[in-house]
Design a binder for this molecule. Sequence first.
Ligand code: NAD
Length: 400
Amino acid sequence: MKVSVVKETAPGERRVALVPEAVVKLRAAGLDVLVESGAGEGAWLTDDAYAEAGASIVSRADALAADAVLMVSRPDARTVAALRPGQALIGLLSPLTDPDLVRSLADAGVVAVSIDMIPRTLPRAQPMDALSSQANIAGYKAALVGAAEFGRFFPLLITAAGTARPAKVLVLGVGVAGLQAIGTARRLGAIVSAYDVRPETRTEAESVGATFIELSTVGPAAGEGGYARALTDDERLAQQQELTGHIARHDVIITTAQVPGRRPPLLVTEDALKAMTAGSVIVDMGASTLGGNVTGSVPGQTIVTEHGVTIIGASGLPSSMSPAASAMYARNVSALLMYLIKDGELALDLSDELQAGVVITSGGAVVHPALRPSQPSPREQPLRDQQSPETEPDEGAVRE
Ligand code: NAD
């Protein structure tokens, strides 16, 4: 079986789906590995390094002709057009946010495998959990980005020129990324507080050194599968209002809140921004084209409000650490690939919970229950039908 890695086409994407170490392992498992020339450039990996690991360096056309094509981000239209029926495509396809891509992959007859749809609570899925591996990187980098932008120190510093008090950091959203952001900010010496709507996050946040903030106006909001549920309008307003006071007391805010199938909840409102001290910094990991956790954040951009608060639209953090992110992703995608292969061939079995979770199209059809048009759910609502984040900050949108 031929497995290939193509150069990513998404703007700003520097990660690559396999690193040489992963090539060695796949070769040992009996697979032929093809790597598009230059595929590893963004992660500082040369064609020679892949060749030494046993890969064949090929053109993009040859890579796209393999039995299974591995990617990190979504393929562009030209890439999809080059695929053929029966071929497998594995990547972080974000199918919930891109129904047109799902349709085009189905029309192409491709076996599309979206690693971000993996049922993360299944023990056997742990080595394949690319959402977690990339979120860990993003959380770590978010703390560093916040520290770099902040004009004062994170740690307590006592010097002959005076004493600097430690920065007060608030992490909103204590999932995988939030926990890593807390730990990293703590290691830099900051005093860290954290907040989440899922009650179990209190002990998790405290275990990595944060003080947990409990809101009196919003009750627990755990949803399915370990995720949060979307808040009601009343809960959302109460949360925003009560958070404002906490936000104003902190120097650096890192927001990571997400609800699967929804636009990221708006946690830092205009009022909260106005209440913050000039020189404060916000790193919005939820920043997306639909709006993020922070009013006015723009993905990929740093803006400074008229009150002197810097808002960093921190999308693409894993890509900014492409060597580490690629190495982790390569382990995840290799583990998933090996899980899908039997006797040297792709062996689909949609009665298997893990496979049913990740396979989104096969045999010319959309096969994933959450994506089938016959079963509408908030998760499958197309982006173009979403309302403006300013008017409806938390309703019916789909997470990017
Ligand atoms: P996520 O990216 O979906 O969301 C980040 C955090 O935002 C979550 O903790 C969520 O509760 C929080 N959030 C959502 N709405 C909020 C709001 N209005 N206000 C404040 N916080 C809000 O989360 P994730 O990092 O992908 O992790 C989600 C869950 O999956 C966690 O329970 C995690 O432990 C679990 N998980 C389990 C496994 C496993 O079982 N092995 C692996 C990975 C993750």
